[in-house]
Design a binder for this molecule. Structure first.
Ligand code: FAD
Length: 630
């Protein structure tokens, strides 16, 4: 029996190396599939927009046009129905333990199936090499995954860019790859350790082969990263957590470097290059967005050579409105940036969704003075300090701030027939720009919009949390109506003693007319029309109550507004527009775990119940979930 862990290749080396390469071939294949799906979806969306431009070609431009697109729509609907369901744990203190949605669980099971196959294929033979063979195999399976760990942690993420996703949406997989690696690394170490222990060889191995100690060190760091990455711990002191996480990851790379044989080093260098590329790209992006070599102090609001003028304004007791001026990049509704305000947080950059639609440049020499607006809800650290600063300096001069991004790859919102936008509290800062950007596109001669109807749901405990959004939503709704898009606003103020706030949410914009014309509309005041089937029982539980609570109002500009004193029945809010849609509906939800899980389950059930794209004529439902968390 060979006890030599120095042995550069290890037993079964050819197979082990082949598995490491196969792992990356599989990754390339899966990413390739993701790219193909993205390309087909993009072509679909573009051809829909083309049909919408020329209304004479089709009365229903957002439905599948031929057998191929019908097949694609059916396959998409089936995948979506499987993907969305999520079991939500409503117990206070345990909500963080809510499992992943079913789609992610299935991805994880597939990943584990591949890894388990690689761990165990042809290694369990009852001979003298039993322990060593399993040990080497699992060492290779562990190191094969190492670059994946670093690839999935990248903010400037190549996988995201290719498949049309973003770093915060891939982060869950980064964590699970790390956990999987901890298991394979443990199996690797356990088998060598047991082999040495059986031969009474442990002390000698530790003394004579230093790489064993480095291996144990790398495993210890992986364990540390796993423990500190568990949810309640991860969120205790986020900045400290990030700092130790980055340092530990770099130290782990060095320990792995001295532990593994030369033939596996390419995997280490892949990891190092992902890490270095990401950091370099982030710094380059930061410089590109914030440094102007010849700032024009006279144009727009006055450019800065280094950073941007930033104004902050407290809006109510929990919200700060941040305006980053003179930003020269385009963005899409749903993208976010990292905000760095050294005066408020010297070493902190926080992600915030761009809460306004981009104003396209009107001519080659005309500066459109685009400002990025961020709506920041006060939590613990930075955001609380920011609010305190804004309150203490109501007339303060501009701060200097820096932006990095924009990140995120949202879909083409304008290519859907109907949009249902559900936002809770600061989550409205995600959905409102979608409404505004669609309206802006509808007003632009160069853009095509397929959207016919938008339902916008804004939920908060206190009126002051969303009054700012409601003002803007009303303004956008009025504009939308002028462009032929029907908009229904649902405003729910759910906190105790907030009844007075829901009817008369004050407005700061005198151009918005809030006068109410009677009578109350039939659509909103009546009981829920949708049948409450067995299947949708969970979503229907509050139907009667919500229907009673909802009050419909037609504002004088004709747009419809419904107000609620309890949470609106999400299923009802989604079902109505889906049932009346002429084509595909996009449901967008941004809020806490409970709201997002409820919406996922509702959309999945609704799609299944209506047999979307399965011969009933029911059209597809796309779901976009944002939780403002990794
Ligand atoms: C893609 C994305 C978009 C977001 N958009 C908005 C928005 O438009 N408006 C809004 O009010 N909030 C938004 N958030 C949430 C916002 O980033 C956090 O609330 C903020 O970073 C909290 O930091 P804090 O120091 O103020 O609070 P803390 O109390 O220190 O942190 C609260 C929690 O926020 C998270 N967090 C803290 N710092 C960071 C960070 N640098 N990066 C990621 N997460 C962090 C941690 O989970 C932490 O536990 C968004 C988050 C993400 C991921």
């Amino acid at each position: 029996m060979s006890h030599d862990h120095h042995e550069p290749q290890g037993i079964g080396s050819a197979t082990n190396k082949a598995f490491a390469q196969d792992y990356w071939f599989i990754v390339a294949g899966v990413v390739g599939l993701g790219v193909a799906v993205r390309v087909v979806n993009h072509i679909e969306a573009k051809s829909r927009l083309k049909s919408c431009l020329d209304a004479s070609t089709s009365k229903y431009p957002t439905i599948p046009r031929n057998r191929l697109s019908q097949f694609w729509a059916t396959a998409t609907a089936v995948v979506r129905e499987i993907r969305h369901p999520q079991f939500y744990i409503p117990i206070r203190g345990l909500r963080w333990a809510t499992p992943l949605p079913l789609g992610r669980i299935l991805v994880l099971l597939a990943y584990w199936a591949v890894v388990a196959y690689m761990m165990g294929w042809n290694v369990v033979e009852d001979d003298v090499y039993y322990w060593e063979r399993i040990g080497y195999r699992n060492g290779w399976v562990t190191v094969a995954q190492l670059p994946m760990l670093y690839l999935l942690a990248m903010k400037v993420n190549p996988i995201g860019l290719l498949i049309g996703s973003s770093h915060e949406r891939l982060n869950w997989l980064h964590r699970w790859v790390a956990r999987t690696m901890l298991i394979t690394a443990t199996v690797h170490g356990f088998h060598f350790w047991t082999m040495w222990a059986r031969a009474d060889f442990v002390e000698y191995a530790l003394e004579t082969t230093p790489l064993v100690k480095y291996g144990i060190g790398a495993w210890g760091i992986l364990l540390w990263l796993f423990v500190t990455g568990i949810l309640p711990l991860r969120r205790l002191a986020y900045e400290i957590w990030v700092a130790q996480h980055v340092i530990a990851s770099i130290v782990m790379l060095w320990l792995v470097h001295v532990h593994i044989p030369d033939s596996a080093r390419y995997l280490l260098w892949m990891s190092v290059s992902f890490l270095v590329f990401d950091r370099a790209a982030r710094w380059a992006l930061l410089g590109w967005r914030n440094i102007r070599l010849r700032p024009d102090k006279t144009s727009c609001q006055g450019q800065k050579g280094f950073g941007h003028h930033v104004s902050v304004q407290a809006v109510g007791e929990t919200t700060t409105l941040v305006t980053v001026k003179n930003v020269h990049f385009a963005w899409n509704a749903g993208q976010h940036v990292y905000l760095w305000l050294p005066r408020v947080g010297l070493l902190e950059a926080h992600p915030y969704t761009i809460a306004c639609a981009h104003q396209p440049t009107t001519g080659p020499d005309i500066c459109t003075c685009n400002s990025v607006q961020l709506i920041v809800r006060a939590h613990g650290g930075f955001s609380k300090r920011l609010l305190a600063y804004a309150k203490a300096h109501p007339d303060s001069p501009n701060l200097t701030g820096f932006l990095s991004g924009p990140y995120g790859v949202p879909p083409l919102w304008e290519a859907y027939d109907t949009l249902v936008l559900v936002g809770a509290s600061s989550g409205v800062s995600f959905t409102l720009p979608i409404l505004e950007s669609v309206v802006r596109m509808a007003s632009s001669e160069s853009k095509t919009v397929c959207v016919r109807k938008i339902e916008m749901v804004m939920v908060a405990k206190r009126g002051e949390e969303i009054e700012y959004y409601v003002d803007r939503a009303r303004l956008a709704a009025r504009e939308a109506r002028q462009k032929g898009i029907e908009v229904v606003l649902h405003v729910a103020i759910t906190g105790e003693g907030q009844v007075h706030q829901r009817r008369d949410l004050p407005t700061r914009d005198p151009s918005v007319d809030h006068s109410i014309s009677e009578p109350v509309t039939d659509r909103s005041a009546g009981p829920a029309k949708a049948p409450c089937t067995e299947k949708c029982h969970g979503c229907c539980e509050t139907k009667e109550k919500a229907a009673e609570d909802a009050e419909g109002e037609n504002t004088s500009d004709g747009s419809e507004e419904r107000t609620y004193t309890s949470r609106p029945d999400i299923e009802k809010v989604i079902r109505e527009p889906v049932e009346s849609a002429w084509g595909e509906t996009a449901v967008v939800v941004c809020g806490g775990k409970e709201l997002t899980a409820r919406t996922r389950n509702c959309v999945s059930r609704l799609s299944d119940e209506r047999a979307v794209h399965k011969g009933t004529g029911a059209q597809g439902i796309y779901l976009h979930v944002e939780e403002y968390a990794f």
